[in-house]
Design a protein around this ligand. Structure first.
Ligand SMILES: Cc1ncc(COP(=O)(O)O)c(C=O)c1O
Length: 380
């Protein structure tokens, strides 16, 4: 051999050994066991007829979950942020006025991304933990007349669920496209893409869809597709360019990038499980489990941050009582009980815990485990 191999990075590792956690934070959530089995299936080629059939099934099941007839409905390779970036990269052309409604961290991320694609970014802001009224949005649309209005349906940083009634119609009046983040809500909270007139909607696999992180569903309605097709400039992100991706996901089946095959199996199984249960039943289950949590919290004198009517059922922000250290409690939950919950950040740092009951983890026994652990910790 010409050179001697450098073994300095070849440490003596042990075989993989991971703790079994109950993931009750803002995501990822524990995947459904059937989804984990599906991931272990043998790999087939990304142009294998069997895989192509599966791709179409995934698209059809996504249409069901999004409640849309949009042809352009696919899972983007990557996490929720990849679909967020896909929506911005594909719909924004330099100089477009893009209005982002910011009432938490993920609205800020949307604005940051839009700026990077050289949008003329305008914002309408609310304190973290509040939502936008139709009047708020109407005034901002009148003032800015944006090409796109972006907002977050389920704001994971605050636990707010943005009411959607009327926003789609308002956007049509101003000839604006409505872009909605449903990363923390899709599958767990009612969402009607077509009926609500949402033009671009995206999500992530790892929350209410009971899948590991790694895929990010997105759907574009006819008005968004028209804007995409009418672009004067190329989409500035090759990997997320929907004009190329749809050649693989559409009838041409042209190679773009190698699909993450086993993650597509996982998503297919997760969506199949959701379709077996039925969307309405899933939404009801998420609400009932959240209500059970809220009742249990009241019994140990813990209070959600968000008023009842606007709580995101998949993610509850729980106020940290005076005298308790949020971080210490979540550390003990993890170390002593194998339960993950998250703390707050930004303006809510140290003030809340973020408790997710998403997808497969939206079950009474998960809440019971958490409440028993919280009770034990907060009482000593
Ligand atoms: C509302 C919301 N949007 C976007 C994202 C970004 O998704 P990811 O972390 O999967 O990239 C998240 C992740 O927590 C989220 O909760």
């Amino acid at each position: 051999m010409q050179f001697e191999i450098d073994n300095s990075h070849r440490l003596q590792f042990q075989p993989l050994d991971l703790p079994q956690r109950l993931l009750l934070g803002p995501g990822p959530s524990n995947p459904h066991p059937r989804v984990l089995s599906a991931i272990g299936e043998g790999v087939v080629g990304h142009l294998d007829p069997a895989f192509i059939a599966l791709m179409s099934e995934v698209q059809e099941l996504l249409r069901y979950v999004f409640q849309t007839n949009n042809e352009l409905t696919i899972p983007v390779s990557g996490t929720g942020s990849a679909a967020m970036e896909a929506s911005i990269a594909n719909l924004v052309e330099p100089g477009d006025v893009v209005l982002i409604a910011i009432n938490g961290y993920f609205g800020e991320r949307l604005a940051e991304m839009a700026g990077r694609y050289r949008a003329d970014v305008r914002t309408i802001q609310k304190p973290w933990g509040e939502f936008f009224s139709l009047d708020d949005l109407s005034r901002a649309l009148e003032q800015h007349k944006p090409r796109i209005l972006g907002l977050v349906h389920g704001e994971t940083s605050t636990g707010i669920c943005q009411p959607m009634d009327g926003i789609g119609n308002l956007c049509r009046e101003y000839n604006s496209l409505l872009l909605v983040d449903t990363v923390a809500s899709l599958g767990g909270v009612p969402f009607f893409t077509d009926k609500w007139g949402a033009d671009i909607v995206y999500s992530g696999s790892q929350k209410c869809l009971s899948c590991p992180p790694g895929l990010a569903p997105i759907t574009l309605g006819p008005r968004a597709v028209e804007k995409l097709q009418g672009r004067k400039t190329k989409v500035a992100n090759w990997y997320l360019d929907l004009t190329l991706l749809t050649k693989y996901w559409g009838s041409e089946r042209t190679y773009h990038h190698t699909a993450p095959i086993n993650m597509i199996y996982a998503l297919r199984e997760a969506l199949f499980i959701l379709a077996e249960e039925g969307l309405e039943a899933s939404w009801n289950r998420h609400r009932q489990t959240a209500e059970y949590l809220w009742d249990g919290l009241a019994e140990i004198d813990l209070t959600p941050l968000v008023p009842y009517d606007h709580r995101l059922v998949s993610l509850t922000t729980v106020q940290v009582p005076q005298g308790l250290n949020a971080k210490e409690v979540s550390n003990r939950l993890l170390k002593e009980y194998n339960i993950e919950v998250a703390g707050g950040f930004g303006p809510l740092a140290g003030q809340v815990w973020r408790v997710g009951l998403m997808g497969y983890n939206s079950r009474i026994e998960c809440v019971d485990q958490l409440l028993a652990a919280l009770k034990a910790i907060t009482s000593n």
